[in-house]
Structure formats: C-alpha cells, structure tokens
Design a protein around this ligand. Structure first.
Ligand code: URA
Length: 242
C-alpha cells in the first residue's frame, strides 16, 4: 500500500483525485518538508547519464522487470536545469523505450508548449522505471507502483539527480511527490508550491498530466488544465531559463 495521499489520490474514479481536493477545498500545505527516497537513497555515482542508463538496463531491484519489456530511463540534455518526474512508463513508453510519449505525454507536451517551455530543455523521467500493469485480454492496464517499488527505484532517480544537479525538479503527481518529498506532502494541498526539502533541489509540486485525461468531461477540467499550465510556466523564472 502506498502512503496515504497515494491511496486517497486513487479516489473513487479510478485514479482521479477525490472531489474534496478540487481548488475550492484546497488549503495551503504547511507541513515541514521531508526529503523522499529519491533525495535520501544510496545510489550509484555514475560518470554520465549514458553510463547510468546502461547500468540500469539490467535492473532487478524489484519484481517489475519481470513483466515489462524494458526499463525506460529518463531523457533530455545533461545540462538541463529542470527535471520533470512522472510516475512510471505506460504501455506506449514501455514499447517505445522513452518516457512520456503516450497520451499523458501528449498532454504534457501541449501544456509545456502553452506555458512557453521547450520540452527539449527539460530532462524528463519517472519515479519508477518499469511499466507495472495488469492484463485484461490483450490490454495492459496501468497499475500504480507501491511504496516499496518507488523506494527500490529511488536508487536510479537519485543517481540521475546527482549527475544532473538541476535547479528545479517538477513532481508530476502523487507518486513523484512521494519519491521526492516523502509521504507528508499531499499533492493537491501542495499543488503549485515550491518546496525546499532538507536535501536536494527545490521541488515544484503539481498534478500528473493523466489527471487531466481522466478529468475529461468534468466541469472544472479547463481550470485544472490552466492551473497546470501556470505551474509549468514558472519553470522559466525558477530556473533562469529564457
Ligand atoms: N506516465 C508517466 O508517469 N510517465 C510516463 O512516462 C508516461 C505516463
């Protein structure tokens, strides 16, 4: 079982955060920040991202490698000032071997463009690097990674952050928030806040783009999307990127 916000975030709508987390109900998060597993984990000290990816490709630190096609490592420039952290690769990412190239990736790309941010200046990665799924007929349905899997994979995210030394990390959704900031920070309460953990780079908390896919048809989806774009727009000011 994941920490409480992860469980709650699943909500009754198969992954959507519950109604009580809608903007009107949000209270600013005032809890003392902690560093999550990705900022406290032991990790390999690689010379380069390429060396790290090579090392990670044979990862058996948890059982997820057994069913996934491959480990999907992060991608982006080695001098990226901002790192975007999602949850885990989905079906498309597992097939393509690249993060955020499926439906959630399309939403992310559109929102980055609206925010005036070029994805090519960002390093994009995930808290968990193998696709976790359940099979329904021929379909592979996303299954949320548990806390143990996030902690096991923090080994790699910590190593990526150590090589990159970014000015800012964007935590996309509850799993990334847990990996980076631990289980005291609730994603919807902290959304839009930049949190400075005791160790590591500052973390801007925001929603996962797949939340917007699941929210389609809800009255406030445009507002949710607008708030996400505004969160991403802050990347320029917070990193000093033009
Ligand atoms: N969702 C994620 O969190 N990461 C991906 O790479 C794709 C979908």
């Amino acid at each position: 079982m994941m920490p409480s916000e992860q469980g709650k975030a699943r909500g009754r709508s198969g992954g959507m955060e519950p109604d009580s987390t809608r903007p009107s109900a949000r209270k600013p998060q005032r809890r003392r920040p902690t560093a999550g597993p990705a900022l406290t984990s032991d990790h390999p000290h690689a010379r380069s991202l390429a060396a790290l990816e090579e090392e990670a490709s044979g990862c058996e630190r948890c059982d997820l490698y057994r069913n996934a096609n491959r480990l999907v490592f992060g991608e982006g420039p080695k001098d990226a000032r901002v790192v975007l952290v999602g949850e885990q690769p989905g079906d498309r990412e597992d097939l393509a071997g690249r993060p955020f190239v499926g439906p959630a990736g399309r939403v992310l790309d559109e929102c980055l463009t609206e925010a005036g941010i070029d994805r090519n200046i960002c390093y994009v990665t995930n808290a968990v690097k193998h696709f976790k799924f359940t099979e329904r007929g021929k379909r592979r349905l996303h299954s949320r990674p548990n806390a143990g899997e996030v902690r096991a994979c923090a080994w790699w995210l910590a190593a990526e952050l150590d090589v990159l030394r970014p000015r800012l990390v964007i935590a996309l959704g509850a799993t990334a928030v847990y990996a980076l900031l631990g289980n005291r920070i609730k994603v919807m309460a902290a959304r839009g806040q930049v949190i400075a953990p005791p160790s590591g780079p500052p973390v801007l908390v925001t929603i996962h783009p797949s939340y917007l896919l699941r929210a389609r048809g809800h009255a406030d989806v445009a507002a949710e999307r607008g708030a996400f774009v505004e969160d991403l727009r802050r990347i320029s000011a917070l990193t000093g990127n033009p």
